[in-house]
Design a protein around this ligand. Structure first.
Ligand SMILES: Cc1cc2nc3c(=O)[nH]c(=O)nc-3n(C[C@H](O)[C@H](O)[C@H](O)COP(=O)(O)OP(=O)(O)OC[C@H]3O[C@@H](n4cnc5c(N)ncnc54)[C@H](O)[C@@H]3O)c2cc1C
Length: 395
């Protein structure tokens, strides 16, 4: 019987990891199946561009994984039973149970509503492609004019507000944030950010905590801020599936893992990307970001290959070097952070930073969407210690 590796999610972490595993393990010994809700690899980093009306390349998973031997299962994961090594899915073919020997959990994240009433009913967001397209339809419906309130003061809020302002200049855009806009940036980068908002004509309402979202706007401390489309960009949260499954999770709902991205409660479950509660070299949890999807995936892949073949892989560092923030298509900020995650004084700004950001976006999408390109395809045999009857490691 082949060893069954089930990869949940085909985003940056899942697509890259599945491709890499297929390159390193033999298809006559290992069967790799990827479960994903959508038929395409989604460049989530560009969802704000999609919402603004720009066209992005389609990357069907059937093409991404062509020639790798990876099986694709288009379905929504509805539950995981890690004690019985079963994943429950719901798809066009109805509901099903998928059995695994090794699980790689990489379902990413969605929007965090922070329990604010009205977010789910009335707000738009850009955390997933269907949601970004819904916002785009709403902006189209409004015919190029109207009021947009973007809630949040962090990376996604900044990228969304500036992208909408540049691509949809007829809209009056307001950004409302409970803190200071980009308050964590170094002084040079923050000045650049405020100049960009000024140039785009985006109104900034700082120290404005949104208590409620309504159909016609948001309410903050008894004050109404009118809006034809409210965009909720106040952070990400993981799907509740992990916490409901009995896997050990952190307070964030992310799966608690060791240095190898192995679940603390279930050693045959590995985690990569936004779902992993991974502690970086500086002792802090890695932020949910594409930049963290890379090293967490590499650690998980290395551990799976080591478990199955006995081959030791080099350990990649779990560190986060900085924030790359687009301000429309021609402007950006690349803010480096120090070992304690504090912004450094200097930053790369303007067109140069936009070009670097463009290259990073292309590189991330290319890496995930071309799993057979440019990497070693050495195939390792399963170690004799893998018990073929039970597909577990012999004690
Ligand atoms: C607008 C925007 C801009 C961003 N900009 C940056 C940036 O500049 N830099 C940066 O580092 N990060 C950025 N991020 C964050 C980054 O996108 C995420 O951290 C990254 O996508 C995480 O990768 P992942 O593989 O864990 O999850 P994802 O890329 O979200 O992939 C998860 C996959 O799982 C699938 N899935 C989810 N739930 C289910 C289910 N129940 N069943 C089946 N499939 C499911 C999804 O369809 C998806 O394919 C941005 C995010 C957004 C929304």
């Amino acid at each position: 019987m082949k060893h069954r590796i089930l990869v949940l999610g085909a985003g940056y972490a899942g697509a890259f990891s599945a491709g890499y595993l297929a390159r390193q393990l033999r298809s006559d010994e290992v069967e790799i199946t990827v479960v994903n809700a959508e038929a395409d690899f989604v460049e989530r980093l560009r969802n704000h561009q999609l919402a603004a009306g720009q066209e992005l390349p389609h990357r069907p998973l059937s093409k991404v994984f062509a020639g790798t031997g990876i099986r694709i299962r288009l379905a929504r994961v509805t539950g995981v039973d890690p004690d019985r090594r079963i994943v429950h899915v719901e798809g066009d073919q109805g509901s099903d149970r998928l059995q695994y020997d090794t699980l790689l959990y990489a379902l990413g994240s969605t929007v965090a509503d922070h329990g604010v009433p009205g977010v789910n009913e009335h707000a738009f967001h850009v955390a997933g492609r269907p949601a970004a397209l819904r916002l785009r339809r709403r902006l189209d419906e409004l015919g190029g004019h109207g009021k947009v309130v973007v809630v949040g003061g962090n990376l996604t809020a900044i990228e969304t507000a500036t992208e909408l302002a540049e691509s949809r200049p007829g809209f009056q855009i307001t950004l409302a944030t409970s803190g200071e806009l980009g308050g964590w940036l170094g002084s040079k980068a923050r000045r650049h950010l405020l100049r960009a908002f000024d140039r785009f004509g985006i109104a900034i309402r700082e120290h404005t905590t949104v208590d409620r979202v309504e159909a016609a706007g948001v309410v903050s401390g008894g004050t109404d801020i009118a809006s034809d489309a409210t965009v909720w960009t106040a952070g990400f949260a993981v799907h509740p599936i992990a916490a409901a499954s009995g896997l050990a999770v952190a307070a964030t709902g992310q799966i608690a893992v060791d240095r190898q991205m192995r679940s603390l409660s279930h050693p045959d479950v590995f985690v990569a990307g936004d779902c992993a509660y991974a502690i970086a070299e500086n002792g802090r949890p890695l932020p949910m970001s594409c930049a963290s999807a890379g090293p967490t995936s590499k650690r998980a892949i290395a551990a799976i290959i080591e478990d199955l073949t006995g081959r030791k892989a080099p350990i990649v560092k779990l560190s986060y070097i900085g924030n790359h923030i687009s301000l429309g298509r021609d402007d950006a900020i690349f803010q480096l952070v120090d070992g304690d995650a504090r912004s450094r004084t200097g930053a790369l700004l303007g067109r140069k930073a936009a070009r670097v950001k463009g290259a990073v976006l292309k590189g991330a999408a290319w890496g995930a969407a071309h799993p057979t390109f440019g990497m070693p395809t050495r195939k390792y045999r399963l170690a004799a210690e893998v018990d073929r009857a039970t597909n577990t490691l012999a004690a």
